[in-house]
Design a protein. Structure first.
Length: 50
């Protein structure tokens, strides 16, 4: 996949924790809402279809 610098944005983040924990946070509704939604924001519901 080639990025178009006029329209695409690439973000990278180094997270110093085991891969298993990152995967759990990305794939568990209870965790993903905290992983992607910073305080003081919140969401009322979260569903994941893997």
């Amino acid at each position: 996949m080639k990025l178009d610098p006029k329209t695409d944005l690439k973000l990278e983040r180094v997270i110093d924790v085991p891969r298993e924990l990152v995967w759990e946070c990305w794939t568990t509704p209870e965790h993903i809402q905290h992983f992607f939604i910073p305080r003081p924001h919140s969401i009322k519901a979260c569903e994941i279809d893997l």
